[in-house]
Design a protein around this ligand. Sequence first.
Ligand code: ADP
Length: 552
Amino acid sequence: MLEGLMQDDFPLTLHHMLRRMRSCHPGAEVVTLTPDGSTERVTFGETAERVDRLARALGNLGIGPGDRVGTFAWNNQRHFELYMAIPCVGAVLHTLNIRLFAEQLTYIVNHANDEVIFVDDSLVPLLEKLAPQMPGVRHFVVMGDGDAGDLPRTLRYEDLLEQAGPGAFDYPAVDERQAAALCYTSGTTGNPKGVLYSHRSICLHSTATLMTDALALSRRDRALVVVPMFHANAWGIPHGAALAGTDLIMPDRFLQAESLAALIAAERPTIVGCVPTIFADLLRYAEQHPVDLSSLKNAACGGSAVPRQLMKDFQERHDVRVFQAWGMTETSPMATYSRPDESRGHDDAYWDDRAKQGRPLPWVELRLIGDDEEEVDWDGQSTGEVQVRGPWIAARYFNDDSGDEKFDKGWLRTGDIAAMDPQGSMQITDRAKDVIKSGGEWISSVELENEVMAHPDVVEAAVIAKPDERWAERPLCCVVLREGADISADGLIEHLRPRVAKWWLPDEFAFIAEVPKTSVGKFDKKVLRRQLGEETLPGRVMVGTSSAAPSS
Ligand code: ADP
């Protein structure tokens, strides 16, 4: 082999991000919303100095290479400082999902062996109840001036920084393959599983977030980070911003549409990342109140399928482009992005393309595997399980081999079912566990939900399989109607008739008050299926038997 003569040993580590914040983007800012509606601002230059202090403080606490350090925090400046300092001292940032059930949280903290947990003062009441079951945690470091409650072994963040003192910090050398961050998936079955990101995987993934056909973070942008920093590294936005010099606008815990709308009007972000439910709330709010969303140019949405109508409404009413991304905790998370060429206009073909989950980012490779274990063609129709590989895709779980079946000789089995079109764009039709097989044919619950949600009276729709003697399964559609709407099951069928195949039409609807959500805000169909099995699913109406929806 004739070896290349390049600096291939230059390590891809977060130190480079920190150096860029200090030297290339000292004027970029981090803006955090506070409870009284005002904002706190620091520059990247000031942040880098605080990161140096924090790095020293971590050393003073005895944190060293490989140690796990937990965060129990909202999206704010201090959390961003921890994002940088912990990996840069060679330790592992373990972001704890504050919305998990108590048993899952204690399991995760103990499984990860977290040495120290940094907690926002507003979240102390949640954590203090669990602290007795976390004997291995040496310290709880409270961020903010609020009460430390009954938390044991507490320290104060700002005291630690004060004691650490100013001045440059001599960061230890870190191997690019060294672990940098840890995030547990919510674990739909069994215990949560830890995804252990390396410096290298974070660096490569966040570089990809800068690409024009992805988030396109740049120095000219201000990114509103709504996607929680405790979920899959907030989609890589904080890291990408450090590289690119993008301003970060942090809503802390104020995620209601009203607060977000005010923050958008005041801070004029150009980019935002959040899940469809929050976008839907924002759209509804914008219908009833005068709001100025005009600064938003690129609104990244994912985590679950993004209804086409939601994207159209944002674009047509507010000139805001909501682009769909797909990924999972195991894929860092961004794996595909859908940003089709607009120059050809906004015809149906354009919207068909927009509504897909999009093309794999560079370095992500994707294949579809059918029931017969063979690869499925990329013909836009045939479906199979999505498998992915690439430098920011998990190879296995942290200290847990119970999920090994997810990894197949260098590929990650995602559990998502999709079709790929000949242009390389992916369309998710279902999660494997949500598929509906009726008379031997698949019905896409995602597509059916999309079409139901296109009805102006429908706020949310979740389709589940209902056991059926003749067809094995039939779709049952759970709908949440807009307040005051009185569309009937038959009315919804009329709406669907021109949009989906006849045999896809649900035989039954359930008019419910709200679709149950998981800890990360996704539709929790498990709960609906359980209610169906236990005959406790409310508001059920067979098609053709009632003219009006029962009040739920
Ligand atoms: P959990 O598995 O606990 O929901 P993740 O956030 O890792 O946690 O979820 C990843 C899953 O979310 C994917 O496997 C996929 O089913 C779903 N998902 C993410 N983005 C999209 C999208 N744009 N469209 C459809 N499904 C999505």
